[in-house]
Design a binder for this molecule. Structure first.
Ligand code: GTP
Length: 266
């Protein structure tokens, strides 16, 4: 009897990564960096661009929403502003999602990571029917991790930090998916302050008090940070720089942790 060929190491199951974050947080740059990192490891990802309004992509997308819908044409055809144009483009794309998923699934045997970049205006994706349909469809196909990208320098004040984390929290509860916060731009501002605020409720309160004016916002935030304290307990977070590549291996380690935990649960 012929000897069996050497067994190939079995490829782990595909993982979808959805990049979500405020405009300018660095989703696209981070995705480019993750793409480059995986290429270096001979683990080239499958890349999908869901931002119809992006002018120029710094990476080659395998599937690009711009090939399906012309955002400028949608704007003029339906007399829409920029945000309406993006939303309508996403809706039009969602109607063809089954075809897209067929194409993507053909690659599911040969790729580990499937990266999805979302529109710059976060709420267009997170609070739209089409964004929800896309997210749910991905989540039904393979383990799906939301990578929530935070502009760390722009979250360095307690008020902006709190708003950003509330937003992250709402997305976690809405999607119910494995979730990872990527504190981006650590080449500009280290994320140590964020870790301290998340780990130590009183440190955050002190930072808040140091902002002096006891306004309505401040008292609201005092109550809110009690809510967030619970959110932080289970939160995976990693500091990264899309610019320098710092923290990218750790980002993938945490993604794999999130997937492992997901498997353990289901
Ligand atoms: P939208 O185009 O609004 O979707 O933004 P985005 O979230 O995709 O952000 P993008 O990648 O376009 O980055 C926004 C700006 O931040 C660009 O000027 C980037 O060069 C810059 N940027 C992104 N990541 C980093 C980083 O790690 N460090 C620094 N210093 N700048 C960064």
């Amino acid at each position: 009897e012929a000897e069996n060929p050497p067994t190939q190491t079995q490829r782990p199951e595909p993982v979808n990564l959805i990049m979500i974050g405020m405009a300018g947080s660095g989703k696209t740059t981070l995705m480019q960096r993750m793409n480059a990192y995986l290429h270096e490891r001979n683990d080239a990802p499958y890349v999908v661009n869901l931002d119809p309004a992006v002018a120029k992509l710094p990476f080659q997308a395998n599937i690009d929403i711009r090939d399906t819908v012309d955002y400028k044409q949608v704007m003029s055809e339906y007399s829409l502003g920029p945000n309406g144009g993006i939303l309508t483009s996403l809706n039009l794309f969602a109607t063809k999602l089954d075809q897209v998923m067929e194409i993507v699934e053909k690659r599911a045997q040969s790729k580990r990571y499937f990266l999805y970049d979302t529109p710059g205006q976060i709420e267009i994706f997170t609070w739209s029917a089409s964004g929800t349909i896309i997210t749910n469809t991905l989540a039904a196909s393979h383990p799906t991790v939301v990578v929530y990208v935070v502009d760390t320098p722009r979250s360095a004040s307690p008020a902006t930090f709190m708003s950003n984390m509330m937003y992250a929290c709402s997305i976690l509860y809405k999607t119910q998916l494995p979730f990872l916060v990527a504190f981006n731009k650590t080449d500009v501002v280290d994320d140590a302050f964020a870790r301290e605020w998340m780990a130590d409720f009183e440190a955050f309160q002190r930072a808040l008090a140091a902002e002096e004016d006891e306004t309505f916002m401040n008292s609201l935030m005092h109550s809110m940070c009690l809510v967030l304290d619970e959110f932080y307990t289970h939160l995976r977070a990693v500091g990264v720089s899309a610019m320098t590549g710092q923290g990218i291996p750790d980002l993938f380690a945490k993604i794999d942790d999130a997937v492992a935990e997901y498997h353990a649960e289901f």
